[in-house]
Ligand binder design. Structure first.
Ligand SMILES: [Zn+2]
Length: 133
């Protein structure tokens, strides 16, 4: 699961954009300057391995990181490591700037850039030190 997700640069870029955010496909596609069909295909892979999930609200579908369920701690730790290292580097840093600009025009309710996942994923969110079992 892990290698499948992280070996593909575009998926990593998507994950970094989705870190702490809830974003529609249109914004992701425009931010990365790629067709929505390409973005959707990669999002589907990420969703199938259980690292993101989608939510439909008012005709729009939003994607967000899902650190609940199996391997919650592993997912959270890995993402945190990647995020810390990558967010200051391109293309991830410029992707994030582009996303913030893009989201001003989206109008569909994308939520960009919450700092943590606390609260979004229920009790699994603070899986940091406290293993859930
Ligand atoms: Zn949007």
């Amino acid at each position: 699961m892990v290698s499948k997700v992280f070996s593909e640069n575009l998926r990593l870029r998507l994950l970094m954009l989705l870190w702490g955010s809830s974003i529609c496909v249109k914004c992701l596609a425009q931010t990365l300057d790629m067709p929505q069909s390409t973005i959707s295909r990669h999002l589907a892979v990420l969703r199938n391995v259980g690292i993101i999930r989608s939510e439909r609200k008012n005709k729009h579908v939003y994607y967000r990181i899902d650190i609940s369920g199996d391997h919650a701690t592993l997912k959270q730790d890995l993402l945190a490591v990647y995020q810390r290292q990558l967010i200051t580097m391109d293309p991830y840093r410029s992707d994030m700037k582009a996303l913030i600009e893009q989201s001003h025009f989206c109008g569909s309710g994308c939520v960009i850039g919450k700092k943590t996942h606390k609260g979004d994923t229920g009790e699994e969110a603070d899986a940091h030190g406290n293993a859930k079992n």
